[in-house]
Design a protein around this ligand. Structure first.
Ligand code: ADP
Ligand code: MG
Length: 601
């Protein structure tokens, strides 16, 4: 049994990415929990005090170690997980460097109790600053119980560098979550300062995600799955409308190892394309299963960076897989009626349809008496084209025109003959085959303009127009300097300006721009410029397009003629993705006939 752990031969030790892995309590948590996973534990318990500054303890029910191995485990380059260069290219365990326990023991007080199956007694080892101060037999269950106290007690500079317990705990929780998500089939417990933070039962990935991030998260995810000879991709990705402005739950696991990869992240973002707002980030939990021969994990000592031997294939496959998941979602019935409203939408045709309602008007109909006259019963429902049915209901409204809330349908002075109307000066209400469509006019307009501005920006710059009355405002010298520095960016967006002492004067603005919004546009742009200017050309264009669109769009509270309503709808629905505004908010909602009928029950 003993002697499983061997010292790595020097040549092999030298091939392993060198570097310190112990930076903060969370790094210890990661190393200890990974060791427990590698030891085949079914239940892993993490106990932490003061964000790990005082205590980090991991208790597992894995294989445990005999006396010899217990001692060997703390030697540098001592591991049971690899023994040849070949092994380095076929790694299935979390660890392989044989350095973690040695590193941890050299900068902390460590106490380990461990026992393999079949032994009566286990081993207790106490090490302080790398020196074994006690080793003796001990009563202990099968498995390993390792406690790390007073991290960096002998490296004051490091200890001082640690953040508050809350901040350190945040990092600890991050590491705990990563491992808990990678191994939903195992049970995990996390206790901080005596309080149970997590008690996770074995289950599937979906159950684990909701156990860790809450039930709500479950409703926000779309499953994804794809398998090729090279790699299997599986997991969940967030519904577009739940994407957030801040980074949150973004997880990639390669062979159950949490990895960070800006490259893969980009593939996911690419797949979301226009589905989510500018600068928003979706949640995702994406797993790659791949023959270890195709991945290099020996790039960085913490092993959170990896490299596939065929990066481009993984990128493309990932993007396609996420797109597919999103595409499926797009066809899901939750939003659409039978057949889906998007493919069926036609901008309303000029319609005799509504001037000649197929439902007969009953002049005697009074909604307040349950009379015998039931005008809606007359033509059989089958005869009523759904569209005309709806419109005629408006025409059938029995009281005087002035009282008719839907009288707008009788408004023939603006005769495009199209069945839409504006409500609350905010929404355009129109119909689709199976119900009503309520379009948020401001967002719809932003979406349409965004695409147009983006096109113009991509081609160079937004056309601008001289202002008859230049717009002037005062800025601080530092702000003026910033604006001057980014003159090109402003000119790209169609803004020409002069700086005259402390006066900032805009002489030309983008064509069609609502100049009442110049101030807001400038203030927001300034705020952005002082923070960071989107680095890539692409990001900058998108950013400017969004700001320009927001500043130029018709607001809520603005009355639209029917013609304007129709044009806006037609433009909106000619977009590739009419559903969401560039900031990720909904452009429209639908009310199916069923939903409406149900409200009348
Ligand atoms: P590595 O994990 O890279 O091999 P470590 O320093 O983390 O290096 O651990 C050294 C060795 O100690 C491991 O290879 C393993 O054999 C043994 N070991 C560490 N932790 C455990 C544990 N919780 N249960 C059983 N064996 C362990
Ligand atoms: Mg290890």
């Amino acid at each position: 049994m003993g002697g499983r752990i061997k010292l790595l031969p020097e040549y092999l030790a030298n091939q392993i990415a060198a570097g310190e892995v112990v930076q903060r309590p969370a790094s210890v948590v990661k190393e200890l929990m990974e060791n427990a996973v590698d030891a085949g534990a079914k239940h892993i318990k993490l106990i932490v005090k003061d964000g790990g500054k005082t205590l980090i303890q991991v208790i597992d029910d894995g294989t445990g170690m005999d006396e010899t191995d217990a001692r060997m485990a703390f030697e540098r380059h001592a591991t049971s997980k690899i023994s040849s260069t070949e092994d380095l290219f076929n790694i299935r365990t979390k660890g392989f460097r044989g350095e973690a326990l040695a590193s941890v023991a050299s900068v902390a007080h460590v106490e380990m109790r461990t026992k393999p199956a079949g032994s009566d007694l286990g081993t207790l080892i106490r090490i302080e600053g790398g020196k074994v101060v006690l080793q003796e037999p001990v009563q202990t269950p099968v498995g390993t119980n390792i406690a790390v106290k007073n991290l960096f007690f002998n490296v004051p500079a490091r200890r001082k560098f640690l953040k508050s317990p809350q901040v350190e705990m945040r990092h600890v929780i991050d590491e705990f979550q990563r491992i808990a998500l990678a191994y939903p089939e195992l049970a995990f417990t996390l206790i901080h300062n005596g309080n149970e933070v997590y008690h996770l039962y074995p289950g599937n990935l979906y159950q684990r995600i909701t156990a860790v991030f809450g039930k709500k998260m479950g409703d926000r995810l779309l499953p994804l799955e794809q398998e090729t000879d090279y790699v299997r991709i599986s997991g969940y990705t967030g519904k577009p409308e739940f994407a957030k402005l801040r980074r949150g739950e973004q997880f990639f696991f390669v062979n159950k190892r949490f990895v960070k990869s800006p490259y893969l992240h980009k593939a996911v973002m690419d797949a979301y394309g226009g589905l989510i707002g500018e600068r928003k980030i979706p949640s995702y939990f994406i797993f790659f299963d791949i023959d270890p021969q195709h991945v290099d994990v020996n790039i960085h000592p913490t092993k959170t960076e990896i490299k596939f031997d065929d990066e481009a294939t993984v990128y493309n496959l990932l993007r396609a897989t996420v797109r597919h998941a999103l595409g499926k979602f797009d066809q899901m019935p939750s939003l659409d009626f039978e057949g889906g409203i998007l493919p069926d939408f036609r901008p309303a045709k000029p319609g005799k349809t509504y001037t000649e309602p197929s439902v007969q008007v009953s002049p005697s109909f009074n909604p307040f008496t349950e009379g015998t006259d039931k005008p809606f019963d007359k033509p059989s429902r089958k005869e009523i084209d759904r569209f005309t049915g709806f419109v005629s209901a408006a025409n059938d409204f029995p009281s005087g025109e002035a009282d008719n809330p839907l009288a707008v349908f009788d408004d023939t002075e603006n005769d495009t003959g199209d069945a839409s109307f504006q409500w609350a000066d905010k929404y355009i209400v129109t119909y689709v085959r199976d119900g009503l469509l309520l379009v948020h006019q401001y967002r719809a307009h932003v979406s349409v303009l965004y695409e147009e501005f983006l096109q113009e920006l991509k081609q160079g710059s937004v056309p601008s127009q001289l202002l008859m009355f230049p717009w002037e405002t005062d800025y601080l010298p530092a702000e003026l300097e910033l604006l001057e520095k980014h003159r090109k960016v402003l000119e790209k967006s169609g803004i020409r300006f002069e700086i005259d002492g402390e006066v900032f004067r805009i002489t030309a603005a983008p064509t069609g721009f609502d100049n009442r919004h110049l101030k807001r546009f400038m203030d927001e742009l300034l705020a952005q410029l002082s923070e960071e200017i989107p680095a890539g050309e692409d990001d900058l264009n998108k950013y400017l397009a969004l700001r320009l669109a927001q500043a130029s769009a018709i607001g809520t509270g603005q009355t639209l003629s029917k013609d304007e309503q129709q044009k806006l709808l037609a433009r909106l629905f000619s977009l590739e993705n009419p559903r969401y505004a560039p900031d990720g908010k909904k452009n429209f909602i639908t009310l199916s006939e069923n939903e409406i009928n149900n409200r009348f029950l």
